[in-house]
Design a binder for this molecule. Structure first.
Ligand SMILES: [Mn+2]
Length: 332
């Protein structure tokens, strides 16, 4: 287990407190980590701690986390004026979810605290607490709470358990370790509402998302070799369901469940002309190298990238590349 940097807690609780940020298209681990960290810092500073969540970045599915945490969302001015940023679950500077004009010159006299578990982390912070062997950023925030002696209230315990549950897909991926269960057990002791987490993460979707899933099922294909399962959703298909780019992530589980596939890819055009690529490796098939070949990043068996052009362009380019990549990794 990576040691917590000695100056981390003192920096987080400095006055004025940091602005908390996460990654673009934030997932449950990202949001839960941000909001729990803000609540921990508030116990010490007794000042509201603001979280950056630019307009349009919250999915319908995860909106409940903002309400659960009673998160203080920062306005544009507070984002611009922040001198200290605490960034959660984000591998690269250009992935930080802040107003566009800030992303290009993120540092600009600002200090950055970076808390993350991505293998592709560029360690862009002035202080980096990055442990790629942690299941989730929430597990790292849990360790910060224990280290700092902050109180795990039932709400904070529920938030952190949500992040762990989401990034391990319900304790079912290889990133789940004994330490992950130990953290989760302690969070349950502190009142984490596991039934709520299960309902909201795995048994709840809006009608819009349900329709999008129908399309992703419909568009699921196996490549000629049978080793790649992939699906697609064009901009028109996504918006036609009433969904936005923020609502896309979990749908990669649909092609992923197809028997025989070694690598799964979801191509989605959430923004016109920009195709987001979600990559997953079955078992221990790594996909991070593949993502990095197209300028993406992520974890060893879960990674992503963005390609410009149409969905058809992206499929035509990436499927042959993935076949070649599999030939290298798993020769016949
Ligand atoms: Mn994560």
């Amino acid at each position: 287990m990576k040691d917590i940097p000695p100056d981390l807690v003192a920096s987080l609780t400095a006055s004025p407190p940091p602005l908390i940020a996460g990654h673009v298209t934030p997932d449950a681990d990202c949001l839960s980590s941000m909001f729990a960290l803000a609540k921990g810092i508030e116990q010490v500073t007794e000042q509201p701690v603001l979280c950056a969540l630019p307009e349009g970045s919250l999915s319908k599915k995860l909106a409940f986390l903002v309400d659960l945490a009673e998160a203080n969302i920062a306005g544009l001015r507070a984002c611009r004026e922040a001198k200290l940023l605490a960034v959660c679950d984000t591998a690269k500077e250009r992935r930080v979810n802040l107003p566009d004009e800030m992303r290009t010159e993120l540092k600009n006299g600002r200090r950055i605290i970076n808390i993350d578990h991505h293998a592709s982390s560029t360690m862009f912070g002035d202080i980096n607490y990055v442990d790629e062997h942690a299941s989730s950023t929430a597990e790292l925030i849990y360790r910060v709470f224990k280290h700092a002696g902050w109180e795990l209230t039932p709400t904070i315990a529920t938030l952190l358990c949500t992040g762990i549950h989401a990034d391990t897909v319900g304790f079912s991926l290889a990133n789940t370790r004994a330490a992950t269960f130990e953290a989760a057990a302690d969070l349950l002791t502190h009142g984490a509402d596991l039934a709520l987490i299960g309902d909201r993460l795995w048994r709840w979707q809006s009608d819009d998302e349900f329709q999008l899933r129908r399309i992703v099922y419909q568009n699921t294909r196996l490549s000629d070799s049978g080793r790649i399962a992939y699906s697609t959703a064009t901009y028109e298909e996504i918006t036609g369901c009433g969904c936005t780019a923020a609502d896309i992530d979990d749908q990669v589980e649909i092609p992923r469940s197809l028997a025989g596939a070694r690598i799964t890819i979801l191509f989605t055009e959430g923004r016109k002309g920009h195709v987001r690529i979600n990559l997953r490796g079955k078992g221990d098939v790594p996909v991070l190298d593949l993502a990095q070949r197209i300028d993406g990043g992520g974890h060893h068996t879960a990674a992503g990238a963005i390609m410009t052009g149409t969905v058809d362009d992206a499929v035509a380019r990436l499927i042959p590349l993935t076949e070649e990549y599999l030939d290298e990794h798993e020769p016949h």
